[in-house]
Design a protein around this ligand. Structure first.
Ligand SMILES: *Cc1c(COP(=O)(O)O)cnc(C)c1O
Length: 390
């Protein structure tokens, strides 16, 4: 092909392999194992001397199609799919860290990611220091001789802080550490971290890659030496493989990814501008607003600002809860990445287990409300929010 196809084309076309029946849509291979022609072929497949399917914990044609399509979207040499986003992060840690190693992690990552690094991995001798997602010098200062991994999410949740991927990639490289970026909020439709200098991209496919709130899934992407070879070996043995059914749902999700991310970002921007003008709202956090502290960086790094925004209602927790409880359409749930808009009060839910001081330091105030904007008309979202704001 003379020209790399556009991302919308890749989402629809990349990675499909057709069977002898020439089916038009991607086939779902719902099978745990595969037949061999004879004992010699079985032996050759097990020894790795012959390519081919053996068992769905190792490889499955539907899972392979999903991996190929997502790799094309992220411009990655290789992709391994996992059972969930957390399984992808765990696999990354198990493959690239060992006892005695040190991790630098943004303090504004997904709650379960903080738990994984701060409690589970410490039992295996891996220590983690949590640093600011936006102050690159903090990462430089916190380096240790055994720092092996940088981990971040950008934009962050729920305050949509933007990390400078290229700058942190340079710090990681000079320290001999890998930079892993959790690209859940942007997806490759809006941001491609490998092109900006990241070594690894992590996905919870559960969110925007599915896009319709149906299945769990995850993925890690990067160079073959960092992902394809060592991670495939780990997943085969350790077991958190993606189910073929979930891979098939996710393949169909990728077909509309570009369309959804562009439309949901446009709706979020419109809603953010409306909220910013609202008398009952003290502050709006959204990278697409000129008032956002890293607005310029977001414009350089992302194609659009994404679908997640948060805003501070005047009047603290009571006022925030009134906005949430007055909605009749927007779903009250902690999930995001759906075409159905969702709303949540971070201070008493997703960020409820950290101390009040840590929460305040992180900017997760009692009046803060987070919305992940879906595909409903913006006017209907406004009407649903207006009831509790006045
Ligand atoms: C949901 C989420 C995860 C975890 O993914 P699961 O598929 O739920 O395991 C990781 N990172 C981010 C940013 C998420 O939103």
């Amino acid at each position: 092909m003379d020209k790399t196809p556009d991302i919308s084309t890749l989402g629809v076309r990349a990675g499909q392999v057709r069977s002898q029946f020439n089916e038009h849509a991607e086939a779902l291979y719902l099978t745990s194992s595969f037949l061999f022609d004879n004992a010699a072929q079985a032996a050759a497949r097990f020894a790795g001397g012959e390519e081919g399917m053996v068992y769905s914990r190792y490889t499955n044609p539907t899972v392979s199609m999903f991996q190929e399509r997502l790799a094309a979207l992220e411009s990655a040499e290789s992709c391994v799919a996992t059972a969930s986003g957390m399984a992808a992060i765990l696999a990354t840690a198990m493959v690239h860290l060992k006892s005695g190693d040190h991790v630098l992690c943004s303090n504004a990552v997904f709650g379960a990611t903080i738990q994984l690094f701060s409690s589970i991995l410490t039992r295996f001798g891996v220590e983690t220091t949590f640093v600011s997602p936006t102050r690159t010098q903090e990462w430089q200062r916190a380096l240790r001789p055994r720092t092996k991994l940088f981990f971040l999410e950008t934009p962050s949740n729920p305050l949509t802080e933007i990390s400078d991927i290229a700058a942190l990639g340079r710090v990681a490289k000079s320290a001999g550490a890998l930079l892993a970026v959790d690209n859940v909020f942007c997806t490759p439709a809006l941001q491609r971290p490998l092109e900006l200098g990241a070594d690894l991209v992590i996905h919870s496919a559960t969110k925007y890659l599915d896009g319709q709130g149906r299945v769990l899934g995850g993925a890690v992407l990067g160079a073959k030496t960092l992902v394809g070879d060592p991670m495939t070996a780990f997943l085969r043995t350790a077991g958190p493989a993606l189910s073929p059914f979930n891979a098939w749902v996710l393949l169909k999700g990728l077909e509309t990814l570009q369309l959804r991310m562009v439309a949901q970002s446009a709706a979020a921007l419109e809603l953010a501008r409306w909220l910013e003008r609202h008398r009952a709202v003290a502050r709006v956090h959204y990278p697409g607003l000129a008032s956002h502290p890293q607005h310029e960086l977001a414009k350089r790094q992302q194609r659009a600002a994404g679908s997640v925004l948060s805003f501070e209602v005047k009047g603290g927790r009571a006022a925030a809860w009134r906005v949430i409880d007055s909605t009749r359409m927007i779903s009250i749930t902690a999930n995001l990445g759906d075409v159905k808009s969702t709303i949540i009060h971070p201070a008493s839910t997703t960020h409820g287990r950290i101390s009040a001081e840590a929460r305040a330091a992180a900017g997760v105030t009692e009046g803060l409300v987070r919305i992940a904007v879906g595909l409903e008309a913006v006017a209907d979202l406004q009407a649903d929010l207006e009831r509790g704001l006045t």
